[in-house]
Design a protein around this ligand. Structure first.
Ligand code: HEC
Length: 122
């Protein structure tokens, strides 16, 4: 009976459920935004000091504080962009490229580490 079907659609409980569902759907973008904000705020899990103790320290001595086979990184006059590109692309015959090793967040963490380097006392 078509009339009964229409009645059912307009039933207050149905209406209530529809409103509840709409509220849920409306909430999705907020939930997604919250999630991506968390993802953005999540720092790289890279242990940069450990990285410099091993991989980078072969050439950037004293965890980047002194020149070695590579230049000293502490107090680097280079721009963040220059540092990012050097780490990504390396330099033929001088430094390996790490573009496939590190995410952008990892490289952000490395740049932050380089900028925070202070001379070691003692
Ligand atoms: C095999 C030696 C070697 C290793 C390993 C190495 N580097 Fe280098 N790096 C160099 C050399 C040599 C240069 C100078 C290249 C040039 O002439 O521009 C350099 C340049 C750089 C620069 C630019 C500094 C400047 O003032 O020009 C940064 C930043 C850097 N390296 C970071 C790193 C990081 C981070 C790692 C580890 C993930 C690393 N390097 C591993 C040899 C190395």
């Amino acid at each position: 009976m078509p009339a009964a079907v229409i009645d059912a659609k307009l039933h207050p409980v149905m209406l209530y459920i529809m409103i509840a569902l709409l509220a849920l759907v409306a909430d999705v973008p907020r939930a997604v935004a919250q999630q991506s904000a968390t993802a953005k705020a999540t720092p790289s899990s890279l242990d940069v000091p450990q990285l410099f103790a091993g991989t980078c320290g072969w050439c950037h001595s004293d965890a980047g504080r002194s020149p070695g086979k590579g230049p000293q990184l502490m107090n680097s006059p280079r721009s963040d962009e220059y540092i990012r590109m050097r780490i990504k692309l390396g330099k033929e015959g001088a430094m390996p490229a790490f573009g496939t090793t590190f995410s952008d967040a990892d490289i952000d963490a490395i740049i932050k580490y380089i900028r925070s380097l202070k001379p070691e006392h003692g």
